[in-house]
Write a protein that binds this ligand. Structure first.
Ligand code: TTP
Ligand code: MG
Length: 398
């Protein structure tokens, strides 16, 4: 089985506040609706329907100015509570597709669908299923970008708004061609100042940055910004999804209904806990440096033991080996009340691919081949679990 390509979606609702107003009040449909401060008052437009955008009205524009551009518009005030309710419904839909949903704003989110997309027939089918469900259940439209990283997915979701689906190619040369004609302002994180400095040099499109050497960029912007620009110009972005569960450690524990005297049952329970932890670790591609075992005996005496993982890992096989090494050391005839397993020292937002390189001084090739098999197996197990729950698949060797 091939390891699935890392795939991100960026989902962004179309003209969100205005679309909710049009949905809740059918008289507003098909009309230029402007949500925000009244046209005769101080204050700005929060958003407006696409019908109003044709007149040049946009978010953050003073409402008085909007009125000059679109006097026949229908001006409605914000109903924050209502938009909050609908936002919750949108996120509830997104969470049906993957637990890895990173909210960006009230109407926008990143999703990592790497582990789940093939259950819906692939990346595009998953994106289409989300759009259809939002349309059918909420009578609203969303635009989605599909890509190999967050930056490209966000850029893409904006390219065919409203009600659009945009898929970014995967081949590096195709990505470079895809980005080349876009204005430099589309590079996420590029500020007014950097844009102005580039414009002063006649640089207006991403393709022109692609044509510059790193040295040229470094001279203009310093090393950090140059590196950022260079990477983004070629569509490189290693950031992971950040969910609420992106903690510094992950653990699970189980208390037996009656104290457990059967060591095999303790082992089986530990295995299930390790796989749960591994399943929570992998989708964000984080690796752990340390595993922790917790045991509480029938007399309530509790012990915790830990073991370092070198190199850090997110593979079930290696977590299992470490967890069982710790458990075996503690084997005794005493009944067990609780068993727990956790990992800590998690790699964060950085590009952590260097952390999962095989040990160069060890059995590089053998280990690498085994690592690849483990990664594939974990991906398959995770995908089945996402659909059928943790009982959907069990490892054969326990
Ligand atoms: P956006 O997603 O930026 O805009 P949008 O959903 O209205 O339109 P688009 O189709 O281009 O995505 O913002 C989401 C909501 O956030 C928007 O409906 C209203 C609110 N908002 C403001 O109140 N003020 C602002 O300046 C912006 C940009 C958004
Ligand atoms: Mg939006």
């Amino acid at each position: 089985m091939k390891t699935p390509l890392t795939t991100f979606l960026h989902v962004d609702m179309d003209a969100f506040f205005a679309a909710v107003e049009q949905r809740d009040n059918p008289e507003l449909r098909g009309k230029p609706v402007i949500v925000g401060a009244p046209p005769d008052a101080r204050g700005v437009v929060s958003t407006c329907s696409y019908e109003a955008r044709k007149f040049g009205v946009h978010s953050a524009m003073p409402s008085r100015q909007a009125y000059k551009l679109c006097p026949h518009g229908i001006y409605v005030s914000c109903r924050g509570k209502r938009y909050g309710e609908v936002s919750k419904q949108v996120f509830a839909i997104l969470e049906q597709y993957t637990p890895f949903v990173e909210p960006l704003s009230i109407d926008e989110a990143f999703l990592d669908i790497t582990g789940s997309m093939h259950l819906r027939g692939g990346d595009i089918a998953t994106a289409e299923a989300i759009r259809t469900q939002i349309r059918d259940e909420l009578q609203l439209t969303a635009s989605i970008g599909v890509a190999g990283n967050k930056y490209l997915a966000k850029l893409a979701s904006d390219m065919n708004k409203p009600d659009g689906l945009t898929v970014v190619p995967r081949d590096p040369a195709d990505i470079a061609n895809f980005l080349a004609p876009l204005p430099i302002r589309r590079i996420w994180g590029i500020g007014e100042k950097s844009a102005a400095r580039l414009a002063a040099k006649g640089i207006s499109h991403i393709g022109q940055i692609q044509a510059m050497s790193r040295d040229q960029l470094t001279q203009m912007f310093g090393e950090r910004t140059a590196e950022h620009l260079y990477q983004r110009a070629f569509g490189i972005d290693h950031r992971r999804i950040v969910t609420e569960s992106t903690d510094k450690s992950i653990s699970n524990e189980h208390t037996f209904g009656t104290d457990c005297t059967d060591w095999k049952t303790v082992e089986r329970t530990l295995l299930a806990l390790i796989e749960k932890v591994g399943g929570r670790l992998r989708p964000s591609q984080r690796t752990a440096c340390t595993v922790h075992l917790k045991l509480r005996w029938s007399d309530f005496k509790t012990i915790t033991r830990q073991l370092r993982l070198d190199p850090p890992t997110h593979q079930d096989r290696r977590l299992i080996d470490a967890g069982f090494e710790l458990l075996t050391r503690e084997k005794s005839g005493q009944p067990v009340r609780l068993v727990g397993f956790g990992v800590s020292g998690l790699s964060g937002e950085t590009d952590d691919t260097d952390l999962i390189q095989p040990d160069l001084f060890g059995e590089t090739y053998g280990q690498q081949a085994e690592d690849e098999r483990n990664v594939e197996l974990d991906a398959a197990v995770d995908a089945i679990r996402q659909q059928f729950g943790t009982s959907g698949v069990k490892r054969g060797d326990w």
